[in-house]
Ligand binder design. Sequence first.
Ligand code: MTE
Ligand code: QUE
Ligand code: MOS
Length: 793
Amino acid sequence: MKIIEAHKSPSHDAAHTHVQGLSEFIDDRPAVAGELHVGVVYSPHPHARIVGIDPTDALAIADVVAVFTARDVHHNLWGPIFQDQPLVADTVVSFVGEVVALVAAETREAMEQARRAVRVSYEVLPAILSIPEAIAAQSFLGYERFIRRGDVDAAIAAAPHKRDGVVYIQGQDHFYLESHAAIAYPRDGGQIEVHASSQHPTEVQHIVAHGLGLRALDVVCVVKRMGGGFGGKESQAALFAFYASLVAHKLNRPARCVITKDDDMIMTGKRNPFEIHYRVGFDSDGALCGLDARLFSDGGAFADLSTSIMERAMLHSDNAYFLPAASIVGKVCKTHVHPHTAFRGFGGPKGVAMIEAILEDIAHSLEKDPLDVRKRNVYSAPDRNVTHYGQPLENLLLPELFDSLESRCDYRARRASVREHNAKGTSTLRGLSLTAVKFGISFTTRFLNQGNALVNVHQDGTVQVSTGATEMGQGVNTRIAQVVAEVLGIAHTDVRVMTTSTEKNHNTSPTAASSGTDLNAKAALDAVTRIRDRLSLVARGVLALPEDRRPSRTAGLGTQPELAVPEGARDEDIIFADGEAYDRLDSSKRIAFGALCREAYLSRVQLGDYGFFKIPGIHFDKLTGQGSPFFYFTQGTACSEIEIDRYTGELKVLRVDLLMDLGRPINHGLDVGQVIGAFVQGMGWCTSENLVYDDKGLLLSHSPSTYKIPSVQDTPRDFRIELIENHDNLQNVRGTKAVGEPPLLLGLSVWTAVRDALYALAPVEHTLPATLPMTLERILLTLDALRLQGLAR
Ligand code: MTE
Ligand code: QUE
Ligand code: MOS
């Protein structure tokens, strides 16, 4: 496999202002006259009846203006899929952190005081706080979903080896650096303009309208950027935008709702915890014969996106491996914890954690190298390349990605030295693991796979582009600018992607499912291609190309006084490059792009356009669990080597090698940045990030001092990232592949490497618990258990 040479690429369009602290986030917006601070009053109980809310003490505080409750909300139920969640709790609270009242005050201090002064009395009710409790109470959200292939019972019964087990997977906090924030401005005649830190401005617009009894035409949502979203601002940002809007609407004053990190962590949902019960049959080579898996997720108190997340977990239960027979069943548990939500990878990482753990266990039980078991099961053409939901895999690169990484990272020699190291019986144990990812690109909810774009070309030849994409650090704006600039042959710095607003782009999809660039750059391309084609006709006139070279449809075009450009006309004779347009056959005939734009304007040629794009040809039947839901797959492999201290459980990631197929990247630097960030975030989920709740459902680890995301010291000591050359993904924009989420799933190689190290101590008949994350405490407990049981070899 050929590797793309690392090269210098344009930096993120906000890199310079970010590092200087000059980039504007919501709470950096200067306060305008009359602006109020909005504070949330939330439930301390996971489940309780609201007996009464008394605002008297709060209203007595100087500078406190108002207290609002559910009674002030026009239509209180919302939700991205099912409308089952109150914007403000009405008669009962269903999780710790659920909002019961809002306070509005002239100052932040008065707002903070007032939050504590609102007296809410509750009658505490019994709560369901875990997946097993929900299963016992038969408390679920949505209906049971399944994906099936073949007769799984027969396949497992006939298999030479069988095993069963449970995989326990914890959640993860998004830990964006900017907590939820919004400012709402009342506009003429009861309109609202709300600036939000949201991945989904259209949803904010709809929910604000709906909650205030307005119509879509009354509400504009503006999103400049987020200080990180990671899925956490896809649905739940709408709540905070609504709270600011409610106060702005009721009091006709600007209102700012910005919450603290601690409140954010307590109140908002996270990655869904999963508990997966499985049975598997396999042969003596470790080849899978059948997999029967029942996936349970903790959805929290309301549906949010959990049913869609479950669907993606089920669709990724195969990961890179062919399942000859499978039964994958998914159920979302309804509990009394914050409603869990989208998180980088959506359901994917949970399905993949399961199958990677199973393969690791199988290899141990057969005394085989886990890499050999994985390679035995990897999808391959011609008859092992159809997924359990019936999608054939085209341009399948997985077998090659395995082989190529195996040799590039010197897997076999390092396996031998890891074995040697562990045999020495020093104070440390080492583990090595090579895993893969195959991530389906497209929203599995078909209608979301569309985008639109507005392109304005100005008379000086600079360009402003607006789309529904939201910038959260991933660089979507830079990529869109580059693609547009490429078509016009101008510098990417002559194209600016503007603040996202529902006023410029309508019915936008969330910037999610890694599809921001795919959908929006393609829509922008649709618009800018038409603009270029009109400009080429103007250039033909201006450059006075000989009459006989004129395409017939443009006959009669002159430079003066006016150009009539037929719709759909196109001119291959004009080349746009290096900031100029020139004649393909006589490059001395050229005009600067800016001058050409000026000519076009004077000739009354349309310099702006609107584009649209939808992903062609995808379908999935949610009832039968069959179809081809994905446009294509982003694929990759990772090899992680780790070391754990036998006496403290401390973990060090010694070396990581990643090999990914990202097609033909628009911006190599940004893509590699996404790979690094996603991998490290995945690694954090698998190792140090531990959500601890008390027995009343209150999150105890709600700050950076108690919730440990990876720091620079935790990143791999030796970190090697390579992208393969792939020119075969022609259907997607510019031959690229989406990058945002897929590398997160490669972080699982650190988890399986930890299990690989622990397996060095366990006898062949012993199966390790499959629990994620493996924090150092859990590593130590596992080591102790092996020692106490006298199992350690
Ligand atoms: N990168 C940064 N810096 N910050 C983020 O919040 N979110 C991730 C990913 N990369 C995120 C990020 C998630 S969850 C998704 S779905 C994609 O970016 C969304 O953007 P894209 O579709 O433009 O890649
Ligand atoms: C991946 C995703 C999302 C998804 C499906 C995926 C996602 C998302 C939705 C969704 C589904 C139904 C709705 C809605 C959103 O589906 O992020 O508003 O009604 O929001 O495969 O990332
Ligand atoms: Mo990303 S979880 O799809 O916002």
